[in-house]
Design a protein around this ligand. Structure first.
Ligand code: THU
Length: 182
């Protein structure tokens, strides 16, 4: 176990007066916080997410594999579940790895994410950032609480993972709840 600090994000509101009234760009205020992480469990999750990405069905995105692995806070056995993206000839029928995974895990009776790891091993130099899509962020938020951590595997030498909590992953959820519904 190890403590790490998630940095504060403090972007003030920006208000501009227009002839019709004010236009407000809402800021974000997220305080710094310390969280305890388990590096061995994270490494295990990332390895399992990478392995899961090999099993994805991704012919239509010119093979953009994504794997995800999760351990649920309300699972006394601490099982690790995995899934991958699954595409379709009818393009928008496909599903991302994170939602495929969470939909399955919720159907096993679990409701609260402890750690979620996502791995995108595709090596395209033009892609500068990979992180969960908006639909997946909202789905993760539904089953996240303040202790949930999301690890993004960049497959970079010497870097275990990028880490975010739910406030940093999705500062503006469609609806914010205090805790996932049990
Ligand atoms: N994809 C995911 O699996 N997760 C995300 O959060 C982003 C995108 C998948 C969907 C599609 O199969 C491929 O990556 C390209 O978008």
């Amino acid at each position: 176990m190890q403590s790490i600090t998630l940095p504060a994000i403090d972007v003030p509101d920006h208000v501009t007066q227009t002839p019709l009234g004010k236009v407000i760009v809402p800021g974000v205020r997220i305080p710094e916080r310390m969280v305890v992480i388990d590096p061995a469990l994270i490494q295990d999750l990332i390895e399992k997410a990478r392995n899961a990405s090999d099993l994805g069905y991704n012919n239509y995105s010119v093979k953009f594999p994504v794997g995800a692995a999760v351990v649920m806070a309300d699972d006394p056995e601490g099982q690790i579940f995995t899934a991958a993206n699954c595409e379709n000839a009818v393009l928008n029928s496909g599903i991302c790895a994170e939602r495929a995974l969470l939909h399955y895990v919720v159907a096993q009776g679990f409701r609260r994410i402890k750690y979620l790891a996502v791995s995108t091993p595709h090596r395209d130099k033009d892609i500068t950032l990979r992180s969960p899509c908006g639909l997946c962020r909202q789905t993760i938020a539904e089953f996240a609480d303040e202790k949930t951590l999301i690890f993004l595997d960049r497959q970079q030498q010497g870097v275990l993972a990028d880490v975010l909590d739910i406030d940093r992953l999705l500062p503006y959820p469609a609806i914010r709840k205090i805790v996932a519904r049990l």
